[in-house]
Design a protein around this ligand. Sequence first.
Ligand code: B12
Length: 211
Amino acid sequence: MITLELELITKALIKGQANRVKTLTALAIENGINPQTVLEKALILGMKEIDGQFRDNLIYISDVLIASRAMHAGLHELKPFLSNPQQSPLGKVVIGTVAGDLHDIGKNLIVMMFRGAGLDVIDLGIDVQPEDFVQAIIDHQPDILAMSAMLTTTLGMMSETIKELTHRELRNRVKIIIGGNPATQDFAQAINADGYAVDVFKAVDLALKLI
Ligand code: B12
């Protein structure tokens, strides 16, 4: 029964049916399915399938965009359950997707889950220039800077940001974590970041460990 409900969400997401994803996600929660299960086993699974189809040239980028809208609709329904901290903030995080990069689904998920884990999150959005990350660190004095990049071509903006922080003698004031499709642990080490996480669940563990 649960599997069927999750499958229906995944199918609707793949077809880009935002309203249906929204309704089915709300229904699944109403029926007592764990929000993290809906996230992992229905929505993220759907995006993985979309990636596979895109890689195999079975769908166009416009289809990916339409599926992304459906993903956002589902995430909107999950938001109150995933980002509802019960305690006062454990620490502060500044987060953004790096300059030139418009991907925000993964980053938004991280924001939700970080908030749910009790972190105060300042979300700078997408296409964030190194100097804007730097300014946010000066303004908000976070414990952690989290950067997301989904394109090989924008990965370099992470090291640009860290170089700028070093240049301004701010690097040691903040822990830096990175993630996104082309990022790796080795890359994190190479650019002098403090950590890398492959997904949102590992990202929460990593952030809490660093605080
Ligand atoms: C959805 C999508 C889009 C959507 C984005 C919509 C949006 N609002 O985000 C649209 C259609 C706009 C898009 C556009 C493009 N895309 Co695109 N896109 C994707 C796709 C299919 C899914 C990404 C996604 O949302 N996944 C679901 C979420 C939940 O997972 P996630 O993003 O990976 O995030 C998780 C982890 O990475 C991690 N994480 C993410 N950020 C962070 C940050 C920190 C600090 C930490 C710790 C962890 C972490 O935790 C997240 C949650 O678990 C990927 C495929 C893929 N495998 O990633 C391609 C992909 C990223 N896109 C790609 C490309 C090429 C493009 C375009 C250049 C296409 C084009 N020809 O125009 C443009 C670029 C636009 C731009 N300037 O940014 C390539 C990138 C290849 C590369 N290595 O450079 C990919 C890999 C597709 C492919 N297989 O070729 N895309």
